[in-house]
Design a protein around this ligand. Sequence first.
Ligand SMILES: Cc1ncc(C[n+]2csc(CCOP(=O)(O)OP(=O)(O)O)c2C)c(N)n1
Length: 370
Amino acid sequence: MAEKKSLLFDPVETLHSIEEKFEMVQVLNEEGEIVNEEADPKLSDEDLQELMSRMVYTRILDQRSISLNRQGRLGFYAPTAGQEASQLASHFALKKEDYILPGYRDVPQLIWHGWPLHQAFLFSRGHFMGNQMPEGLNILPPQIIIGAQYIQAAGVALGMQKRKKEAVAITYTGDGGSSQGDFYEGINFAGSFRAPAIFIVQNNQYAISTPRELQTSAKTIAQKAVAAGIPGVLVDGMDPLAVYAVTRDARERAISGGGPTLIETLCYRYGPHTMAGDDPTRYRTSDIDSEWEKKDPLVRFRKYLEAKGLWSEEKENEVIERAKDEIKAAIKKADSAPKQTVTNMLEIMYEDVPFNVQEQLEIYKAKESK
Ligand SMILES: Cc1ncc(C[n+]2csc(CCOP(=O)(O)OP(=O)(O)O)c2C)c(N)n1
């Protein structure tokens, strides 16, 4: 029997020492106090108020979308409450030229990038007009295939690099998405070409009912960046200032040739996975819910802004009323879209329609013109 050779290093020790380095970045604690002066992005008063307005607006949009879904006036919907800092503060660090490759829960970032609300509602209803993005709006429709957007983001970022654009491709998936092959291929490929991409994993603790602990034996998802040779950051996803600072840095690194970054935002979804029958009480306890509610991004940001004299109940109510009015107008506009036909679907699918589809197209045109 060969003599057991000892390695020059201890791989278990190496693993642990790497894992320990991925500490969570936090700027604002649960009490709304700055705990990391150095990392404070020092946003202007106007920017702080704008970011708060967007988070409040989006919480209302979430509540309204849930009730519109229950009334049968919306189709597919994935609730967003609890993830506002992860979604909106990361988006706040972007520029119009940046490209967003979202997952199905990332409607808020698309709205703030310029996706008209009535189109988001049409998307939810599966109406083709929801996916006809306005010219110059750099977004793709929300991806339903888990993780597929990671590969597409690597490609879009590479395209931007080749065209010498000063812009990034940003993509979002969940903790479940980080177990997909596409996730690894995307971050590895982008790293290999130093493509200007930002890969965000919103770790909201559950992939439908599968808890984060079952997803991987890695201590953090951020550390998966190491194997791709790119920077990885673990950030408090309920802290808008930390999420903003980390994404801003990743963007700067990307556009200055430093390649992609993987960001894991620790957050929580308060609602069900989607409105299609998920019941979170079957896999989460109310104790876990209340632990996370204490970390609420809106609560801590409100405290922070109020202490600075930048926020009030009156301001918040103004945003709530505006959100309600705009949502009402947008759903009315979505209602006035023409009824979708099979012809519509077949016509927009191909540039050159294959003969067999052409045959079907003729049949449906005849049927639908009656
Ligand atoms: C490739 C693929 N496999 C399975 C599904 C079904 N599915 C839809 S959502 C989901 C869980 C995703 O969880 P996570 O990535 O953590 O994102 P979250 O919904 O929590 O935001 C699964 C398995 C899918 N849409 N695509």
